[in-house]
Design a protein around this ligand. Structure first.
Ligand code: 8YV
Length: 320
């Protein structure tokens, strides 16, 4: 099949900045096309869109509805990242365009990040670090007491690969794990709760590990946040869209939620000014998978999918 109608470099489109290593391979080895910025995009797509057969994108900037419509002969989407909510999956599926992601290789690093946020938010480590740097400790003051992190009841929202890896780590901290996901999992001993609200009401810390996209948008709403409560915490390493961000900000400002640790936001890289002003939150720049080792593994899976598709029109890690 591939021999009959081989895909050439100019028929591969890089969407968004992607990882530098992926960008370098796409450029040096494949001489792939690069989607121009907003100003020149429409004109470029008008001229070249119909020639594009494979798109390589990232979890942050995907092949959205409008772009997909301008790529009428697209045959595959190769996504750098495990999450693919920035891509219009419904349209891709409907048009029979396969989509791959980079599962498994980033599970450990994202779970490690969740644990880092968990410890930092409850023990207020970053706030304490700011306290030292500001000279407040040296001036004779003591840092206020924080919240014990070991032995807590923790609710995992979305017990997929990453959620399970977070649970494994928290077991080492003597935590009692509960979970909610679309369906109860076979072979999982943790108590299952039928809704996000029930999970929040039964636990002290809610860790969001659910996939993004239309199904989970706003799942952690004002009601769920209220159930986490004034002594409770929310950690999010999934997608900003899963939480009602204005409701989260209100709860933090009013003290109806004790604190939050966030690696992801609704409108990245914008972080709401209200959050920047709060000392009860830990804010990270979406670095969950951001280690040299994991990004190299993600690059290998991404390029592996591309090569495989060029060779025999199959993807190594397809979503569907
Ligand atoms: C990446 C991520 O930073 O895998 C994901 O879904 O959110 C992160 O690992 C992102 O996809 C890279 O753009």
């Amino acid at each position: 099949m591939s021999n009959e109608n081989p895909i050439t470099g100019d028929q591969i489109l890089r969407v968004g900045p992607v990882n530098p290593a992926v960008a370098a391979i796409l450029n040096d080895e494949f001489q792939a096309a690069v989607l121009p910025g907003a100003d020149d995009r429409d004109a470029w797509l008008e001229e070249h869109g119909a020639g594009i057969r494979v798109a390589v994108c990232s979890g942050k900037i995907g092949v959205d509805t409008k772009l997909l419509e301008k790529l009428p002969y697209l045959e595959a989407i190769v996504n750098f990242g495990v999450g693919y909510d920035a891509t219009d999956v419904a349209q891709a599926k409907e048009r029979g365009i396969p989509l791959s992601n980079t599962p498994d290789v980033l599970t450990d690093c994202v779970a490690d990040t969740a644990l880092g946020l968990y410890l930092d938010t409850l023990r207020r480590l970053s706030a304490a670090e700011r306290f030292v740097r500001a000279g407040t400790w040296a001036s004779g003051q003591n840092f206020p007491l924080a919240t014990k992190a070991s032995g807590r009841k923790v609710g995992i929202l979305g017990l997929g690969r990453i959620g399970q890896a977070i649970a494994d780590r928290l077991e080492g901290f003597g935590c009692e794990i509960h979970y909610h996901s679309r369906n109860p999992k076979q072979d999982v001993q943790y108590p299952y709760h039928a809704s996000a609200r029930d999970l929040a009401a039964a636990t002290e810390v809610l860790i969001v590990a659910a996939a993004g996209g239309p199904d989970s948008a706003g799942l952690v709403n004002a009601d769920v946040i209220e159930a986490v409560g004034p002594e409770g915490f929310i950690i999010n390493i999934a997608r900003g869209s899963v939480i009602d961000e204005p409701a989260l900000i209100r709860a933090l400002q009013e003290g109806t939620l004790a604190g939050a640790g966030l690696d992801v936001f609704a409108n990245e890289p914008e972080v709401p000014a209200e959050l920047l002003e709060l000392d009860s939150v830990v804010l990270l720049p979406h670095l969950g998978s951001g280690t040299v080792e994991t990004r190299a593994d993600m690059t290998a899976v991404t390029i592996g999918n591309l090569r495989s598709f060029l060779k025999d029109r199959t993807l190594l890690t397809p979503i569907y």
